[in-house]
Ligand binder design. Structure first.
Ligand code: C5P
Length: 404
């Protein structure tokens, strides 16, 4: 998660009765960490599952549970709370509460402030699979979607009742991601983005290989930012220990050749290609079938190498290439190497960074090299930089990429 990507956003987090209330403690923590202010409103039933004291401690604000709360000077909590909000998020949203919302009922504080709102409403359903599949629930959800309500999830899997199926609430982290995506400007709506990220692994034998110190963090942050900006995102990832960003299609590969083949299979559908991966330049021409052993005379092994395909250059060479963006990680003379690389690979935009010095770190400093000159983005965490870079890429897209 980026530092303060929800700064300035004020959310009313409405909790209704359900065992998934326990997930909202974590969701609140994530939202607060993301910079949002969170005003928790609980129904009577929700307070049976988790206490308002817990939610107050996590949100840092007093929790509202009743329409008749004497703390509100004008007795209009329902109006005041919804007026301040950038969005109302109902999580967990019970079967009963979805039904109330679909019918515009207003018989407690939370339902009343939903009816009184002039901001977006997001609901995160949580219920037993049969309750979810019930035709009345499905009718209500269809009605809510038609009324412009965003329905996040539900997920599928084991449920508190012991059954398995659709209806469980999204995990807290996934709910956070969906909320963050909701607020992100849709700069890449309708665009298709293909990215490579991470290192590659070039085997020497069944247990050893050559790789590099790329963590994949920058590429994964860009995939997340592109998805939040409304793009369909396909991420081809080398071996990394990172979770797939919410809503991103991920394909795992090991070698440069596999990464090349995966990219070439999908590139015809892409409007934008971003090559963030630190692709190995060489691989051994013969991978030993068995583990290479020390010999009695202690002779050193020797390897001969062949060059790997240059994925970025291959994409740029296509008859109708997507808008192709490369990365250059250099340990010195960045300006010279980056511009030389941009021209050699024939891409409109090349992103330079301090390369080996930033591998694995959360912060980075990047420079945009293009025919028109050089743009420096201020040092920031990789998530913030990724959002800034996606905005820069969106500005530079030729309109024709829409009709590729
Ligand atoms: O030549 P160099 O590896 O420094 O270039 C870096 C840029 O080229 C990155 O965008 C990287 O993803 C891409 N690249 C590639 N295939 C290679 C080598 C690099 O796509 N075989």
């Amino acid at each position: 998660m980026a530092t303060a990507e929800l700064a300035g956003k004020h959310l009313v987090l409405g909790m209704t009765g359900g065992i998934a209330c326990y997930k909202i403690a974590e969701l609140t923590r994530l939202l607060v960490k993301g910079g949002a202010t969170v005003q928790v409103v609980m129904t009577e039933a929700a307070t049976q599952f988790i206490t308002p004291v817990t939610m107050q401690a996590l949100s840092g604000r007093p929790v509202y549970t009743s329409q008749w709360d004497g703390r509100v000077p004008n007795n209009m909590a329902h109006i005041d709370l919804s007026r301040e909000a950038d969005a109302i998020v109902i999580a967990p949203a019970s079967t009963d509460f979805l039904a109330k919302l679909a019918h515009g009922m207003a018989d407690d504080l939370l339902s009343t402030l939903c009816v009184a709102r002039d901001c977006p409403l997001l609901v995160v359903p949580a219920m037993n699979r049969q309750m979810w599949q019930n035709p009345a629930t499905q009718r209500n959800v269809t009605q809510l979607r038609g009324d412009g309500v965003d329905v996040l999830g539900p997920d599928s899997g084991p449920q508190a009742c012991g059954e398995t199926g659709d209806g469980r609430m999204l995990e807290a982290a996934a709910t956070y991601e969906a909320i963050a995506a909701f607020f992100a400007p849709k700069l890449l709506a309708g665009r298709r983005v293909l990215l490579t990220a991470g290192p590659t692994f070039e085997p020497l034998d069944p247990v050893r290989g050559i790789t590099n110190r790329s963590s994949g963090k920058m590429g994964f942050a860009l995939a997340r930012a592109a998805q939040q900006a409304g793009a369909d995102v396909h991420l081809v990832a080398g071996p990394v220990a990172l979770d797939t960003p919410w809503g991103v299609i991920r394909e795992d590969v090991q070698t440069a050749q596999q990464m090349h083949d995966a990219v070439m299979r999908s590139v015809a559908d892409a409007d934008i290609f971003i090559g963030v991966a630190a692709v190995a330049d060489w691989r051994v021409d013969h991978v030993s079938e068995h583990k290479i052993k020390k010999t009695a005379d202690r002779a050193l092994p020797s390897f001969s190498f062949v060059e790997n395909p240059d994925i970025l250059a291959s994409v740029a060479k296509l008859a109708h290439p997507p808008f192709a963006v490369g990365f250059a990680a250099e340990s010195g003379d960045l300006d010279v190497h980056a511009e030389e690389k941009r021209l050699r690979k024939n891409v409109p935009l090349l992103i330079g960074n301090l390369g080996p010095l930033t591998f694995g770190l959360d912060d980075n400093e990047i420079i945009l090299y293009e025919a028109g000159g050089v743009t420096r983005l201020p040092r920031a965490d990789k998530q913030t930089l990724a959002r800034a870079l996606i905005a820069e890429i969106a500005k530079r897209l030729p309109d024709t990429s829409l009709i590729r």
